[in-house]
Design a protein around this ligand. Structure first.
Ligand code: SAM
Ligand code: SF4
Length: 335
């Protein structure tokens, strides 16, 4: 038996999020600039390397794998990778294979994803207004995404919608979005926007809209019950009494659940980030490429990275002070 991945704070690492490309067919204003320079192909992990990497994590105890990007479904031959990962589901080594997508390619791929063993997907959608959708995604077209969501549901995939809360942009659609999701049997999660510097976005799109306010407005119209359910991440959920819908709130840099953090992230170049809110990372591509036929060095590098997983991000430090502890990293702000 291989020993599972346990970090220095006794958290078992069972959830891996992997970016399979930095490319995208959209240019969402809060995520990318209009003129992006993407990485040269040789920098990216090949599909074979992604397979080796994910399989190593699964051997070491990862039970849930989320594929993301960039837009994961624009990566050439990505279904080959999903099909390969399906073997881990079949073997019972992996509980869940999921994907976060902008939905643009779902019409093409939904049934293939389902055939590979994907059961649930997250689709990012900030507005149901065609003109606003074109504005916030710059290159995206709403009808194509809606057809993708239709295809996903027709293929039997459970769809959750992720909506970035943007002041002055989709505030007026709060209830429209909730009702639309309800009518289609989809859960909905709001994401607080993280300031990503100057991305050339329009000023009026991308302003911070606090999820506290989103929640308060929902509470005016619905009976909210907090759900104790935790995913080990920065999401909290409520149930709407009137509809039974589950609504999530993701505050990306929330520190409330660092104690139960069960996840790490790997970029499309094979860098592992142990904490979303910290700069700590390690290179997994070097051991992958230096040892094309044996995975021991890769597994060692994964273990070394997990051994360096921070307790939490900077917001946590105030609690450590409150506890009377001193940490060497107190002044480190990651910025
Ligand atoms: N392209 C896919 C998609 O859009 O779902 C997957 C990658 S995308 C980076 C993953 C999620 O990050 C999306 O839900 C997107 O809305 C969110 N996101 C991107 N930039 C963000 C930001 N600055 N603040 C908060 N969420 C952001
Ligand atoms: Fe970023 Fe996803 Fe939008 Fe692409 S679709 S620009 S990856 S948020």
């Amino acid at each position: 038996m291989t020993a599972p991945l346990i970090d220095p704070f006794q958290r078992a690492i069972t959830y891996l999020r992997v970016s399979v490309t930095d490319r995208c067919d959209f240019r969402c204003v809060y995520c990318m600039s209009e003129n992006m320079t993407f990485l040269p192909k040789k920098e990216l992990l090949t599909l074979e390397e992604l397979d080796r990497l994910c399989s190593a994590f699964i051997r070491l105890g990862v039970r849930k794998l989320r594929i993301t990007g960039g837009e994961p479904l624009v990566r050439r031959d990505i279904m080959t990778f999903f099909n390969r990962m399906g073997r881990h589901l079949d073997a019972g080594a992996l509980d869940e294979l999921t994907v976060t997508t902008n939905g643009s390619q779902l019409e093409r791929f939904a049934s293939d994803l389902a055939a590979a063993g994907v059961r649930r997907i997250n689709v990012s959608l900030d507005t149901l207004d065609e003109a606003k959708f074109a504005r916030v995604t710059r290159w995206g077209r709403l009808p194509q995404v809606l057809r993708g969501i239709d295809a996903a549901q027709a293929a039997g995939l459970r769809v959750k919608i992720n909506t970035v809360a943007l002041k002055g942009f989709n505030e007026d659609e709060l209830f429209t979005l909730v009702e639309w999701c309800e009518s289609r049997g989809m859960d909905l999660t709001f994401i607080e926007v993280m300031p990503m510097g100057d991305l050339g976005g329009e000023d009026r799109v991308g302003q911070y809209w606090s999820l506290k306010d989103v929640r308060a407005r929902l509470a005016d119209a619905y009976t909210l019950t907090d759900l104790s359910e935790r995913t080990g991440g920065p999401a909290r959920y409520v149930r709407l009494g009137e509809t039974g819908q589950k609504i999530g709130f993701i505050t990306p840099l929330s520190h409330n659940f660092c104690e139960s953090c069960n996840r790490v992230r790997v970029t499309c170049t094979g860098e592992i980030y142990m904490c979303l809110g910290q700069e700590d990372m390690a290179d997994l591509r070097a051991p992958l490429r230096a040892h094309p036929h044996v995975d021991g060095p890769l597994e060692d590098a994964i273990r070394a990275a997990i051994d360096a997983k921070p307790k939490g991000h900077d917001f946590d430090y105030s609690r450590q002070r409150a506890d009377g502890q001193v940490t060497r990293h107190m002044s480190h702000t990651g910025g």
